[in-house]
Ligand binder design. Structure first.
Ligand SMILES: Cc1ncc(COP(=O)(O)O)c(C=O)c1O
Length: 475
């Protein structure tokens, strides 16, 4: 809900990248040092734009905060960038240059990290159904840690490591029974989901891992959810995990060196959410304190800590630019669908853009909300209640569910949607045969293409029977 924003031209710096500014003379949005219209005319629309300086600064700040807190409680920390949020060669390079390790969740993501030159020993490999080939590739590449997600994977990873003649470091992914969302967490005995093993099974599964000379067990791993604002869920989960560390240490004959608490730290997608996002330094301090408390309570050494943030690193560094195609006022009186707050407005302006659920699936998948502004100009027009929608054949093809824009928003305007760095490009599809947009990196030095967009020909070329224009058909 963002209708409380009094100025529909305002770029809330808690939601937009801090480098996003309006040109004082033209009112146009600049990203890095480049105007939105220059970006669109050079690279097309829609367009994903990542601010490299912001992404690097966020990665560095998060790593330094978590490392400093680990040091305060007498241990060390490894911060993995969760590549599932957005992984391309440049981003993988930025992350490793900023001192982060990289977490991958498929053979494809592993290939990107390796192509980026990420040190394999600084890669963690996840997934609930890694194929034997993927495991073999990861072991062969010298991947630092593999997260075992099921009993059968223990045997697969052990066999691959034996064949390669190495001792593979592994973690066991468990379900702590804690599931956290934005404000609340749910704690149960077991979680009914596909990832990990119930915590109560951990001693048996760790014993099975320890039975293999080709495996080195380093600790438990747990990821309790995404877009989390409060530390309570992490606290409960860490406590539950550490409660089994004494038993695991007895099995191993030594203390368990590491604890991986996953990712899931929340960000502000809208001004309303920005009120709730805790300061990273506070979250880091709380996480460290709860691990120190757990170590004291269960009389185990404070383990090395590992974290896997994705969204909090890259989400706020990205925006998407779109071009408006049509606008359409729809009266709200008598509408079944309008929320009560919307009925204070006589109409909603539907603003259709040239992308949609194919470049940002999150609103359709999770009901996620975003914030939008006109990028190519400012306007003194009265604010209008808007819904930004895409061009797909789905009523749920919504980019921004509810926001305000100057009421004179019109065809040809450029819109900017904030905080689209995470889980947008990585979840993109070709629904309705729309080519995926490119990614451009901006910085204080200018703009450069880092991922090509697709063309219609790229999509047509997937058809075995397609011949580019001018090529004679083959028999
Ligand atoms: C195992 C694991 N680690 C890390 C992450 C990253 O989460 P986020 O991007 O919310 O920080 C995820 C996201 O699904 C995950 O499944």
């Amino acid at each position: 809900m963002t209708t409380d924003v009094s100025d529909p031209n305002e770029l809330d710096q808690r939601v937009f990248p801090p480098t996003a500014r309006r040109d004082p003379e033209t009112g146009e949005l600049r990203l890095g040092v480049v105007s939105a219209s220059t970006l669109i005319s050079q690279y097309g629309s829609p367009l994903y734009v990542l601010d490299e300086d912001v992404a690097r600064a966020r990665a560095r700040t998060i790593r330094v905060a978590l490392e400093a807190e680990a040091e305060r409680i007498g241990t060390t920390a490894t911060v993995y960038y969760a590549g599932k949020a957005l992984l391309c060669i440049d981003v993988a390079r930025w992350m490793s240059e900023e001192g982060l390790a990289v977490d991958v969740a498929s053979g494809g993501e592993l290939a990107v990290a390796l192509a980026a030159g990420v040190d394999p020993s600084r890669i963690g490999f996840h997934g609930n159904n890694k194929s034997e080939q993927e495991i073999g590739r990861a072991v062969g590449a010298g991947v630092g840690t593999i997260v075992i997600d099921s009993e059968i994977e223990t045997e697969r990873v052990a066999a691959a490591a034996r064949a390669a003649g190495i001792r593979q470091r592994v973690r066991l992914r468990v379900n702590s029974g804690v599931h956290a969302s934005t404000h609340d967490y749910l704690a149960t005995a077991h979680e009914d989901q596909k990832f990990g093993q119930p915590l109560s099974d951990a001693p048996r599964l760790v014993a099975a891992i320890l039975a293999h000379d080709s495996l080195e067990f380093v600790g438990l791993h747990c990821h309790i959810g995404s877009q989390i604002f409060a530390a309570d869920g992490f606290r409960e989960s860490a406590r539950r995990l550490m409660a089994v560390y004494p038993e695991l240490a007895r099995l191993a004959g030594h203390s368990i060196p590491e604890l991986n608490l996953g990712g899931g730290f929340g960000i502000a997608y809208t001004s309303a959410q920005a009120e709730d996002v805790p300061a990273l330094a506070d979250v880091a301090r709380e996480l460290a304190d709860m691990v120190a408390d757990g170590a004291r309570e269960f009389e185990v050494p404070v383990p090395h800590l590992a974290f896997e943030p994705g969204r909090i690193v890259i989400g706020p560094a990205g925006v998407t630019l779109y071009t408006v195609g049509t606008t359409k006022p729809v009266p709200l009186a008598g509408s079944d669908a309008a929320a009560p707050a919307d009925l204070g407005h006589s109409e909603r302006l539907y603003v259709s853009v040239d992308g949609g659920m194919s470049d940002n699936a999150r609103p359709a998948l999770y009901g996620a909300d975003y914030q939008v502004r006109i990028a190519n100009r400012t306007s003194g027009a009265d604010p209008a209640l808007v819904r930004v929608v895409g061009k797909h054949c789905e009523a749920g093809d919504i980019v921004v569910h509810r926001d305000v824009l100057p009421g004179d928003v019109r065809a040809g305007d450029t819109l900017v949607v904030a905080a689209t760095g995470a889980y947008c490009w990585s979840l993109a599809s070709n629904y309705n045969h729309l080519p995926r947009p490119p990614i451009v990196a901006v910085s204080g030095r200018g703009a450069r293409l880092i991922v090509h967009g697709e063309t219609e020909d790229d999509l047509l070329a997937k058809n075995v029977s397609w011949r580019p224009e001018g090529d004679p058909p083959t028999a």
